[in-house]
Write a new protein. Structure first.
Length: 75
């Protein structure tokens, strides 16, 4: 898997490529003692990250010329 994005630094891209390279990543390895245990994952997200996602989606929609609903006069 190769991550090629203008959103991250070169170091960030190298790290992701190293972590998820087909030779180094094994999806069967889990951080639990007993394989039947569930894995809880918690993550945080800053408001600016959500704003960036919404802005990106809006730009993609306008780029595709998807018509948007407009208010008609007198309604």
């Amino acid at each position: 898997m190769c991550v090629c994005s203008g959103l991250g630094s070169d170091d960030e891209v190298q790290l992701v490529n190293a972590l998820f390279d087909s030779d180094g990543y094994n999806p069967l390895i889990r951080p639990v003692k007993n394989l039947s245990e569930t894995v809880s994952v918690k993550f945080g997200l800053a408001m600016i990250q959500l704003i960036n996602v919404v802005c990106s989606l809006c730009q993609n929609i306008s780029y595709l010329n998807v018509p948007t609903a407009t208010r008609q006069p007198g309604v």
